[in-house]
Design a protein around this ligand. Structure first.
Ligand code: 3PG
Length: 202
């Protein structure tokens, strides 16, 4: 399956913050066991790159990407460690260049028409809409989609089990990002993930 089809078929992209490298295996296993073989491992902690490398080694069938990538150095490091996609909270031209040169999917955070126009000028077809609920949620995405009919969205920030179906029902949304299933022990992550997957696939 193509990368994008795999993201779409997962329907949810869990935003993963790993405090310790040793959390990588139990956390990613919990996601897989819960039925969600995808993870956006964020560069918010110092072990992010090592966690991506370890995750790719231990879970070769999982789709592992990097999140909170804000510069070229992080983008290169993430890709060197095996990241299959790069997500950013905003648009960074240097990250777009790295991803274009290395042929890796880049999902930059864009919430305004101007940011979307910049993304389009770099050949980007999908943007992360972040922080989604603060920027008007589904209503804003629909207004932007009307102006940019070819653009697809990955809303993230304020998505939960309660509103995820509403977002996924809009055909310009490829998947929803979120961290609501990531809190607690690995068992709790597995249970919350399984509940989320039952809901979106139900
Ligand atoms: C992110 O940084 O992408 C967000 O923390 C995810 O938002 P959420 O915690 O509201 O799901």
């Amino acid at each position: 399956m193509e990368l994008l089809d795999r993201v779409k078929s997962c329907k949810i992209v869990p935003v993963v913050v790993l405090k310790e490298l040793s959390d990588t295996e139990p956390t990613l296993r919990a996601l897989c066991d819960g039925g969600l073989p995808i993870a956006e491992i964020t560069f918010r902690t110092s072990c992010a790159a090592d966690a991506i490398r370890l995750g790719c080694e231990k879970f070769p069938d999982m789709l592992i990407g990097a999140g909170t990538v804000i510069n070229a150095e992080q983008a290169n490091r993430a890709i060197d460690c095996g990241a299959k996609f790069i997500v950013g909270p905003g648009f960074a031209a240097e990250v777009a260049e790295v991803c274009r040169m290395r042929k890796v999917l880049y999902l930059p955070g864009c919430v305004t028409p101007t940011e979307i126009i910049t993304a389009i000028s770099y050949g980007i077809e999908i943007v992360k809409f972040f922080p989604c609920s603060n920027y008007g949620g589904l209503g804003t995405i629909k207004a932007l989609a009307a102006a940019f009919p070819a653009m697809k969205f990955l809303p993230t920030g304020g998505i939960s089990e309660d509103n995820v179906l509403e977002y996924l029902a809009f055909d310009k949304i490829i998947a929803c990002g979120g961290s609501w299933m990531m809190k607690g022990t690995p068992d709790e992550i597995r249970e919350k993930t399984a509940r989320a997957m039952a809901k979106v696939n139900g």
